[in-house]
Design a protein around this ligand. Structure first.
Ligand SMILES: Nc1ncnc2c1ncn2[C@@H]1O[C@H](COP(=O)(O)OP(=O)(O)O)[C@@H](O)[C@H]1O
Ligand SMILES: [Mg+2]
Length: 294
């Protein structure tokens, strides 16, 4: 990419990011008319003798934000790791962008990895390198772009997540919310078709986490990507999701559009919603301590 192209792209991104979101949720029919970008077919998984995923079937449609919800230990991260090829792939179980993850040759897998961006809950930044170097890592690993181009691409994505000017800092100098945004910048540095985020707002206070929700919505619009977000934050899920998948102890309880989840008569789904109203009465500092687990 030339720097003129990069600049044009930067302007396009920034304009799109600053625009008010006007997107309406697609109807069920509209959504189902779109191509599938993620397909999971009868996926089971066990750690040793302990089964953690039971007959998972789901799809994600182009341009959709799918939020995977469920209590701690319900299998959300394990499912996400299957989606991004970090678990031993089994033929016919997971397809991304129409490619069967279980039967790809190494070069095909690499090609696919260039099209997906991933930010994990604890996959924070490397503390020994600057923020910009962290963002450039996927480019170093997966492309043979020159240093200058990598710098431009990294700075472009830092701009997108509102961190322009912070690239030269070490991660320790950033706040929790900034670290999350920087890891999202790293996840989108390759302009992925698919973005996977594991608990992007965990450990953040409600205001910062709501800003992160806005960022995810704007990224979807500006970059025309599909997003899979793992979360246990129901307010965030209601705000950003087109559909929500509810996992309960390794089983899918529901895959529905937000309104349907809100009005669900399923008792277990309702329990999940009610947990939110209990938490809403909790002191924010106490809530944060609970989220961060300390
Ligand atoms: N590497 C592992 N070895 C054995 N069990 C694991 C491992 N990772 C996760 N588990 C177990 O699998 C279940 C699902 O975990 P996980 O996918 O991390 O859930 P979630 O992300 O929903 O909290 C949990 O019971 C967890 O203890
Ligand atoms: Mg998890």
């Amino acid at each position: 990419m030339t720097s003129a192209e990069s600049q044009r792209e930067a302007l396009h991104h920034i304009a799109a990011l600053r625009a008010e979101s006007t997107a309406q949720r697609p109807t069920e029919t509209e959504l189902m008319a779109r191509p599938k970008v993620v397909e999971v077919d009868h996926l089971d998984f066990s750690f040793g003798s302990r089964q953690v995923l039971y007959d998972i079937n789901l799809d994600v449609r182009a341009g959709e934000i799918m939020v995977i919800m469920g209590g701690s230990g319900s299998g959300k991260t394990t499912l996400l790791r299957h989606l991004v090829g970090l678990m031993p792939p089994q033929p016919g179980k997971v397809k991304l962008l129409n490619k069967d993850m279980g039967s790809l040759k190494p070069n095909e897998l690499l090609d696919l990895k260039r099209k997906i961006g991933v930010a994990f809950q604890f996959g924070a930044l490397f503390s020994s390198m600057t923020v910009a170097e962290n963002v450039k890592l996927p480019l170093r690993e997966l492309t043979d772009l020159g240093e200058k181009t990598m710098d431009i691409m990294a700075n472009l994505k830092l701009e997108v997540v509102n961190l322009s000017g912070f690239g030269g800092l070490m991660p320790a100098a950033l706040s929790g919310g900034m670290v999350k945004r920087a890891s999202i910048a790293r996840a989108i540095v390759m302009d992925p078709k698919l973005l996977f985020l594991d608990e992007p707002s965990s450990g953040l206070d409600p205001v910062v986490s709501s800003a992160l929700d806005d960022l995810i919505l704007k990224l979807r619009e500006a970059m025309d990507i599909s997003v899979v977000v793992v979360s246990h934050d129901i307010d965030s899920a209601f705000k950003i999701a087109d559909r929500i998948t509810v996992l309960d102890q390794g089983h899918i309880l529901a895959i529905e559009r937000v309104e349907a989840i809100r009005n669900s008569t399923n008792e277990r789904v309702q329990n999940l919603l009610n947990r939110r109203s209990v938490e809403a009465e909790v002191d924010p500092a106490e809530y944060l301590r609970r989220l961060t687990g300390d």
